[in-house]
Design a protein around this ligand. Sequence first.
Ligand code: BG6
Length: 509
Amino acid sequence: MTVEPTDASILIFGASGDLTSRKLIPALFQLSRQGYLKPQNPVIGVARREMTDEVFREEMKQAVAARFSREPFPENEWLLFAQQLFYRRINISDAQDYTQLKNEVALLEKNLRGAEHHTRVVYLATTPSLFSDAVEGLHQSGMIPPRGSDERLRVVVEKPFGHDLASAQDLTARLASKLREDQIYRIDHYLGKETVQNILLFRFGNAIFEPLLNRNHVDHIQITVAESQGMEGSRGGYYDTSGALRDVLQNHVLQLLCLIAMDPPSLFQAREIRDEKMKVLQALRPGKTGPVANWAVRGQYAAGLVNRQPALAYREEERVNPNSNRETYVAMQVAIDNWRWAGVPFYLRTGKRLPKQVTEIAIQFKNPPLNLFSTVECDGDLCDLVETRPNQLILRIQPQEAISLRFSTKRPGMQYQIQPVSMDFGYESHFSVQLPEAYERLLLDVMRGDSTLFTRSDELEAAWRFVTPVLQAWESSSSPPECYPAGTWGPAGADRLIAESRARWRSPH
Ligand code: BG6
């Protein structure tokens, strides 16, 4: 396949932060190694700290080298890449600093490619409170090209985009006062994951699955984003103001829901795909009537064992309020009120300190209309009636990205004995490649100007509109979240929630 290099300067605001060294620079380095990022494109880290280019390059090298475990660190390729890496100090909140930044960026561009760039990407990897200041600074210094100009500026905004509906609307309005929607790229890194992108190809590039994905054949769908991690590093400070609903369900889980539930777009293009996702969000409803507690459960981890290692209770974690009622787990039953999905429950769950790190979508089909096969199987005195189990289609997003289909077969022998088996397709074993990191794909898309995998402002607002009443109900409630020991699959309330539909949560393996 031919590699089409991209041509854009990249400015990373918040360059001394964790995201830059952990995700952004490693992704840009990979893009450069694969020939997607030309050496004439400056990558400029911008932050408040005083630092020379050399120190910045060295810090980034350490961070990138630490990520090479499967192959030796390619020193020579790094040396080439490091030549396009620069650092400029500014106070992001001070609009005065931006004129100087603009001149320095232009100078770097002239030195590297002989002329100023026509496309610039500004990645806002700062705390959200600086987003508007950064956009104001870009505006005042004339770095935002007007409509019709052949110059382009694309501003990438990291989550969280607000903490409820009102604050998200406020942020949208502040960004929209200076930038056009086509200049804003709201990143949800889940959409950059290879297997997440494959959901659409799997559904709409094959003829055999899609006719089954509707209320006629599907019993229910489970979406799980489980993490075994807790509050590593100083994460507790941020997390204690956020919680599982804001941090993961409002964005990553709802995006997965949109992709698995949406109707086929008329074209495989950004607007058409996002329009279809938007229709899912507009049709999203609580899974049951009555108070929030009827369809949403929150939990918080207590001390326990994760991967056989002792784990602290959430309230004992660094930078977490010891009386915190913040949820580290959420499960909910939701419905999509449209012709395709009316009556099909969707169960969503996400949490920290669960037994495994796993993200998957499990589609459970209805039972055959007539149960012809059932056998009695005995183990000593204990006898069980074994019937065919419903078919399941599992899309495993991570780890060991895979698609698997479960069905029943006859166990070899003289009787009709039922055995559930599965047909598995594993990405890495099939393609024998390491899958690209989500940020590689997303950064390349921003440079190319493809917004398909980014969240549009109306999607964002619709997702907040759905979750905000739940947040409000929890924040005004006097009862704390239900406890679950670290290393277990969440609180008992979540099991009760799904048991009402005569279903069970999957134990992903
Ligand atoms: C982030 C959340 O958006 O996603 C984190 O802020 C979470 O709390 C992470 O751990 C999960 O992403 P991934 O790619 O590791 O599944």
